[in-house]
Write a protein that binds this ligand. Structure first.
Ligand SMILES: Nc1ncnc2c1ncn2[C@@H]1O[C@H](COP(=O)(O)OP(=O)(O)OP(=O)(O)O)[C@@H](O)[C@H]1O
Ligand SMILES: [Mg+2]
Length: 246
């Protein structure tokens, strides 16, 4: 068995660096000698079929998996937001955001983060009384309050309705412009990837099988001719025809 390699600290210009990363579950190889580098401040979207290993890669980058093999270096601070917001139900929203921060100015920092995501009014609410969009904003505030150099987002908007999702896209872009973390956003939504990312990756057979850089300025319109043609390319890389038939 190969030696386990602990997560290293990456050089300052690189937010994450992955070399020959392999993850096996029993005799199944889900990540297979995968290489990936994310620059500081870069917004990367990761597409791939269900079960292709996207969450497995994110968990490895978040340092949540000590059974990966290969080289892994990330900046000093990494934050994750998952598809389901995972708020602690018996703590109010403010306390959820402040969770794990050193005392002192934790409350003020949590309130500043809540203001940034437009949730000041809900700081004293219980998580279970939040709407789906509000809960996801609280989850983003909790990730941002740590001022991460690398923000890992695992399908954070997939459970939201289409209108809320558009609002969240704007919010994420605003937050990204203001704080400039590198972002790795896992999504099933090709349009989401095209509207938000500097670079779109497709994970297949355990590796980055396809990648596309997008230099269009934001905000982007989904009907922009460049995006229309990139959409076709990405759908083909995912094994889907533009009409949606596999
Ligand atoms: N702890 C585990 N034990 C065994 N198999 C696992 C474990 N975690 C993930 N897998 C398997 O690894 C594969 C990749 O899982 P992963 O959750 O990374 O996929 P994904 O690309 O995130 O899929 P989805 O788009 O459905 O979220 C799947 O086949 C899954 O069953
Ligand atoms: Mg997943």
């Amino acid at each position: 068995m190969a030696a386990r390699v602990p997560v290293q600290v990456s050089p300052p210009e690189v937010a994450a660096s992955v070399r020959a990363l392999t993850r096996r579950f029993g005799d199944r190889t889900v990540l297979d000698d995968l290489d990936l580098e994310i620059a500081r401040g870069e917004f990367v979207a990761l597409l791939g079929r269900s079960g292709s290993g996207k969450s497995t890669l994110l968990r490895a980058l978040a340092g949540l998996d000590d059974e990966v093999e290969g080289g892994l270096a990330v900046g000093e601070s990494v934050a994750v937001a998952f598809q389901e917001p995972r708020l602690v139900p018996w703590k109010r929203v403010r306390a959820n955001v402040a969770l794990g921060l050193a005392r002192g100015d934790a409350r003020a920092r949590a309130e500043a983060a809540l203001a940034e995501v437009g949730l000041t009014e809900r700081a004293d609410a219980w998580p279970l009384t939040l709407s789906g969009g509000e809960a996801q904003r609280a989850s983003l505030a909790r990730a941002l309050v740590r001022e991460p150099g690398l923000l890992l987002l695992d399908e954070p908007f997939s459970a939201l309705d289409a209108l809320t999702r558009i609002t969240m896209h704007r919010l994420v872009l605003e937050l990204w412009s203001a704080h400039r973390p590198a972002v790795l956003l896992v999504t099933h939504d090709v349009d989401e990837a095209l509207l938000l990312a500097d670079r779109v990756l497709v994970l297949d057979e355990g590796r980055i099988a396809h990648e596309t850089a997008i230099s269009l300025p934001r905000p982007r319109h989904r009907d922009h001719p460049d995006l229309v043609s990139l959409r076709t390319t990405l759908l083909a890389a995912l094994g889907v025809s533009p009409e949606g038939t596999a």
